[in-house]
Every structure is written in structure tokens, then in C-alpha cells.
Design a protein around this ligand. Structure first.
Ligand code: EPU
Length: 336
């Protein structure tokens, strides 16, 4: 365990923000993590760095969590339990599952980041959330160094939300995630419009999990910027949920507004549409901007600072509020 000094974090966060870590250490095993915790508790954990916006240099000890390994834990007739360590790259893990013909994660193909962060924000795409397949989450408590296993229910998953973003924020370090995946009878989630279109174009009527994954990869590649080329953190805001009164008021002026009805009184509106309607889509301000194909994604064209991106986000929030009376919540973790 070697502590390094003055390391740039640019390559460790997908936004590509160049802030300095005064002290930096890479951890590759749970044992090393526990040893570290017995000495230091004021840590800043980075894994895939895919859901954070860094505003300034980090004074805490930065820990790059790089614990790798995948284990097939137990197989049943129709299901299989697979555990993956936190440092496994998410997309590589999804592809590995597909290569084994294990179903459940294919709609979540190409999401940036590592396995360890997938439960924190309950990653989701194209009609599937990771909570649907998570069996349990193993984490180490920072204050005691003790291991705790969280059942799916104990994770208190919600839309882009979990206990690890709320009551237990910064209290635990996730080391392993166990998934329950299908082995023979796969449930195919191809109801999402864009997936149906992609499958139709490829002339596929009874898609396999691999076909769904390929369709998702094609859609994501066409709509979302590759963080290796243009810094970004996926959806910057959550899709807001509004009540029927406000919804009706907005719809009276915008008849073509897309929406998803949640129940009689709650309607989800795509934040990307709100931001586009306010005129921000594709706009560039210095090295920051709003992506040209998906207005929900803020980008760093090279040398933007975290503060510049945050300022743009605040400007967008203000304009959306002024135009629609809707407060957009930021989905990305802002690190002051
Ligand atoms: N839309 C616009 N303009 C835009 C973007 C979207 O009008 O610039 C409209 C689209 O026309 C469509 C609707 O908004 O009618 C929904 O768009 P899309 O299918 O792209 O999905 P989204 O609701 O904007 C969510 C997730 C994405 C996920 C997609 C697909 C959130 C915050 N975002 O986006 O997740 O990939 O659905 O399931 O829920 C992420 O979290 O980082 C992420 C990329």
C-alpha cells in the first residue's frame, strides 16, 4: 500500500476534471482496505469515477478502489448467483454475463463506471434497474472496519437512489455485489421504443439477451457521448416527477411534451426535453456544454473546471424553473 503525493485525478473521473489529490492510494483487496481503515478514516473513495463532479482539490486521502474478481457462487436450475468485486468494470462484467448466457443485466450495457457504484445510484436504463437483479451488497463500515451484508430490501432502492446516497452516505465502502441472474428462461425487456426500433432494423423478432445488449450499445453510442472522448457523467439531472395540476398547466402550452404516467397524480417528465425546450441543447460555453444528442448530459470538451460545469447546471436549473415551474434535481454527486 503505497501512498503517492500530488496526483491529478483527471484520468480517474469520467468528467475529466483536473483536480489534485494531495495523497492518493490504490487498494486492491478487502484486507488492504481494512488495514487502511484501521489507520485512516477521513477518506475520499473513487472507483469508476463515473458519477461525480469534482469542484476543487481533494484534501482527504483519495482511495482508488480497485478490488477485482468475479465468482459464480451457486447455480440453481433456472438461476445463478454471481458475485463481482467493486473494482470490476461494469460494462465488461455485463458482457461477461452475456457470454455465460446469464440474463438480467443486458439492458444496462455500456453504462460507465464500476460494479461497486452500481447499487449506490441504482443504475438504470431502457426499462431495467440494477435493483431488479441485485441479491445482496457487501460493504465495509468506515468507522469500525466491520463487514456488513445488505439484503436487496435493506439497500432501500429507489429511482437513482439507495440507502448509500441517504442515511448511510459516506458510511460504508461497497466491496462486493451479488447478483441473481437467469440461466435458461430469460426475461427479455424490449418494450422500450428505441430498442424495438433497433431490433426491427436488424430484422430480429425473438431477441436473445445478446441481441438486446447489442441494441442498447447501438442506441447509447448514437445518443450519449463516450467519456473517453468527451468528459461527461451521463444524465446530470434526474427526470422530475410533477403533480397533475402542474402537468396539466404545462401540457396546455406544450401539447407534444413527452411524459410517463406514474399514477393518477404523479407524472414523470424527461428532463432532457425540458432542457432542450429551454434552448440549451448542443450549446457550448467555453469548454463546457450541453450534449448535442441528449440535453440531459453536460460535457467537458477538455479543460472545463468542475465549477464551470456546476455553474452551467445552476443556470439550466434556473431557466427550467422560470419556464416550467419545475425544480430539477442534480443526479451526479457534487464534491465540494
Ligand atoms: N428528450 C428530448 N430532448 C433531449 C433528450 C430527451 O426531447 O435532449 C426526450 C426524448 O425525445 C424522449 C424522452 O425525452 O421522448 C426520453 O429520452 P431518453 O429515452 O433519452 O431517456 P431519458 O429519460 O432522457 C433516462 C435515463 C438514462 C437512460 C435512459 C434510457 C435518467 C436521469 N436518465 O434518460 O440514464 O439511459 O433513460 O433508459 O433517468 C444516466 O442515468 O446516466 C442515463 C444516461
Amino acid at each position: 500500500m503505497k501512498i503517492q503525493h500530488n496526483i491529478s485525478l483527471k484520468q480517474y473521473n469520467t468528467f475529466g476534471i483536473d483536480v489534485n489529490a494531495e495523497r492518493f492510494v490504490e487498494i486492491t483487496s478487502v484486507m488492504a482496505l481494512k488495514t487502511l481503515l484501521s489507520k485512516e478514516k477521513d477518506l475520499f473513495i473513487i472507483s469508476g469515477g463515473s458519477n461525480m463532479l469534482l469542484l476543487s482539490d481533494i484534501k482527504k486521502l483519495v482511495v482508488l478502489l480497485n478490488i477485482e474478481g468475479i465468482i459464480i457462487q451457486e447455480t440453481q436450475e433456472d438461476d445463478v448467483f454471481v458475485t463481482a468485486n467493486a473494482g470490476e468494470n461494469w460494462h465488461d462484467f455485463v458482457l461477461w454475463c452475456i457470454s455465460q448466457n446469464y440474463g438480467g443485466l443486458e439492458n444496462l450495457s455500456l453504462i460507465p463506471g464500476n460494479v461497486g457504484s452500481c447499487p449506490i445510484q441504482n443504475i438504470g436504463a431502457y426499462g431495467v434497474e440494477v435493483k431488479d437483479t441485485i441479491h445482496q451488497v457487501t460493504a465495509v463500515e468506515i468507522s469500525t472496519g466491520k463487514t456488513r451484508i445488505f439484503s436487496n430490501k435493506e439497500c432501500a432502492f429507489g429511482y437513482r437512489n439507495s440507502i448509500f446516497k441517504n442515511e448511510l452516505k459516506n458510511a460504508y465502502i461497497i466491496t462486493t455485489v451479488a447478483f441473481k441472474l437467469s440461466k435458461s428462461t430469460h426475461q427479455i425487456h424490449d418494450g422500450y421504443g428505441a430498442i424495438q426500433t433497433a431490433l426491427k432494423e436488424a430484422n430480429i423478432s425473438t431477441p436473445s439477451i445478446s441481441d438486446v445488449s447489442n441494441a442498447v450499445i447501438a442506441i447509447r453510442t448514437s445518443k450519449l457521448p463516450d467519456p473517453k472522448k468527451i468528459g461527461n457523467s451521463g444524465s446530470f439531472f434526474k427526470n422530475p416527477i410533477v403533480n397533475k395540476v402542474l402537468f396539466d398547466k404545462i401540457q396546455a402550452n406544450y401539447a407534444h411534451m413527452p411524459f410517463y404516467k406514474i399514477n393518477e397524480n404523479e407524472i414523470k417528465i424527461p428532463a432532457g426535453w425540458l432542457i432542450e425546450t429551454c434552448g440549451f441543447k448542443g450549446k457550448r460555453f467555453g469548454d463546457t456544454g450541453v450534449h448535442k444528442n441528449q440535453a440531459l448530459v453536460l460535457v467537458n470538451y477538455g479543460n472545463a473546471t468542475g465549477v464551470e460545469i456546476y455553474d452551467l447546471a445552476v443556470q439550466i436549473q434556473a431557466m427550467v424553473f422560470k419556464t416550467f415551474g419545475i425544480k430539477l434535481d442534480i443526479e451526479v454527486n457534487i464534491v465540494p
